[in-house]
Ligand binder design. Structure first.
Ligand SMILES: Nc1nc2c(ncn2[C@@H]2O[C@H](COP(=O)(O)OP(=O)(O)O)[C@@H](O)[C@H]2O)c(=O)[nH]1
Ligand SMILES: [Mg+2]
Length: 470
């Protein structure tokens, strides 16, 4: 069988990070990672495919269990170097149903079937001669191989490891599956391409596709966020009422519904974002969503992600009528009623982020007698920055997350965010540029596709700065 995409078996001692490396390189968060040695007893294949095309395929395998025994068997059948791989085949054939060698058979089969070898070691533990049997067996297979030094802890024995591994592998690299960035990932692919002459073209092609894929993910994320902002700001919602005047309850009801819809847009965007970045298995309990209870409309959220009062004022985003107590209301354009109807607009008492007042509520009459309340588009000028800040933060967490990570996304550091995250993306110039678009979103009935595209491109630039190494 001829397979055009490169295949690699990830092998090594139990509990050295093999599965984590498969998870990171295949960008697959469904790989079983565990600190109980011997969890994997069957190999599993994890292809990285983009638009239906497989770029490469990795095998997650059980760790070596009886390497010395296997090596002793091979050595009993000592032959010339060019025949050694046949002895490995003979070993597999003879022990296929021998449970004692299940793990060795599982890991050797794909190699003998043509997969390259990625040998994984933990550089935070000392080197020891017990690894030599494993490396020697791999040498007997005659397949192209490279070694990856992972660091599970912070101790560093990589010098001795490099000396030892260099005896067996022509390529030795350090790779941290938890913090692997795009550049590291490409680096590993480049090493793969050099393992065997015949593989160069296939692996190079995979690298090009992989690079395009990364760009695509950023583009798709930017479009998704541009759409979120546009949809949220421009959204108009209605509620029928059967009286001429809206009661306080009616008003609360439509406001509640409006806020819930906006929260829904955010949650939906977060889900799609996880799927763009192939993190769809991220369990709810590992998820910060929606921001550990940091509600979209909370004061905390506004203070972490939104603009400050001073910034809003500097941008002329406050109403001229603002004096005294009302200085805290950061929405403008409190046009009372449109359509000749009468309605209720509550006075705001809220904090200066003004979430008591998101939008006008209008009472609109219809000829047939029924009246309805209308809310939207979003008039609160801080809201777009809060929503965008949260969305960018979430996107950067997802995009920079290794598929090997099984940790929670930690937003408890959000106090740091207050001082740090905004500075990572929001400049004065950017505030002003974004504002032009936000204004269009809240004032025009329909925004032209080109306008949305321009906004989309701005977000793409912001994302490039927030996502590692792109
Ligand atoms: N902190 C840290 N933990 C790691 C790293 N690589 C693996 N681990 C952890 O080590 C344990 C074993 O990893 P796993 O990939 O399942 O090893 P395998 O048995 O060789 O497949 C898991 O708990 C992993 O989360 C790493 O680079 N850093
Ligand atoms: Mg494993």
């Amino acid at each position: 069988m001829i397979l055009s995409h490169p295949r690699f078996a990830v092998v090594g001692h139990p509990n050295k990070g093999k599965s984590s490396i498969v998870s990171a390189l295949a960008m697959d968060d469904s790989v079983q990672v565990s600190n109980t040695p011997g969890t994997t007893t069957k190999r599993r294949s994890f292809p990285l495919s983009v638009d239906g095309k497989i770029l490469y395929e990795l095998y997650d395998t059980p760790g070596f269990q009886r390497a010395r025994r296997v090596l002793a068997w091979l050595q009993k059948h000592e032959v010339r170097a060019d025949k050694k791989h046949e002895v490995v085949r003979a070993f597999i054939a003879e022990h296929k149903s021998d449970v004692r060698f299940n793990d060795e058979i599982e890991l050797l089969e794909p190699i003998m079937d043509g997969a390259g070898i990625i040998y994984v070691v933990d550089g935070s533990k000392p080197y020891g001669a017990e690894y030599e049997a494993e490396m020697e067996i791999l040498r007997w297979t005659g397949q192209p191989s490279m070694a990856l030094i992972n660091h599970i802890d912070s101790s560093d024995y990589s010098q001795e490891w490099k000396m030892a591994l260099g005896q067996y592998f022509k390529m030795v690299r350090t790779f941290n599956p938890m913090r692997a960035t795009f550049v590291h990932h490409i680096g590993i692919l480049e090493s793969m391409s050099q393992l065997k002459e015949e593989w160069i073209d296939d692996v190079k092609e995979s690298i090009i596709l992989f690079e395009q894929y990364q760009t695509q993910m950023i583009e798709r994320s930017a479009s998704l966020l541009a759409r979120l902002l546009y949809d949220s700001i421009s959204m108009v919602d209605k509620l029928s009422i059967d009286k001429d005047e809206a009661s306080k309850e009616d008003k609360e009801k439509i406001e509640g519904k409006y806020k819930d819809k906006l929260r829904g847009f955010e949650i939906d965007t977060q889900k799609r974002m996880k799927s763009i970045w192939k993190h769809q298995h991220l369990a709810i309990e590992q998820d910060i969503l929606p921001f550990n209870g940091l509600d979209l409309f909370s004061k905390e959220s506004a203070s972490v992600f939104g603009l400050t009062r001073k910034e809003l004022m500097l941008m002329g985003m406050t109403s001229g009528a603002m004096t005294g107590a009302t200085i805290d209301l950061l929405f403008i354009g409190h046009t009372f009623f449109i359509g000749g109807a009468i309605g209720a607009v509550v006075g705001a008492t809220g904090g200066y982020f003004g979430f008591d007042e998101l939008s006008d509520i209008k009472i609109l009459g219809q000829n047939l007698g029924k009246k309805y309340l209308e809310i939207g588009p979003m008039k609160n000028k801080n809201f777009p920055y809060i929503l965008l800040g949260r969305a960018l933060y979430h996107t950067s967490q997802i995009a920079n997350r290794s598929h090997a990570s099984r940790d929670k996304i930690d937003i408890d550091r959000h106090l740091d965010l207050e001082s740090v995250f905004r500075d990572k993306w929001l400049t004065d110039d950017l505030k002003n540029s974004l504002e032009k678009y936000h204004k269009k979103f809240r004032t025009s009935d329909e925004v032209e596709a080109e306008i949305l595209k321009e906004y989309d491109l701005m977000i793409k630039d912001i994302l490039r700065g927030l996502i590692n190494d792109r």
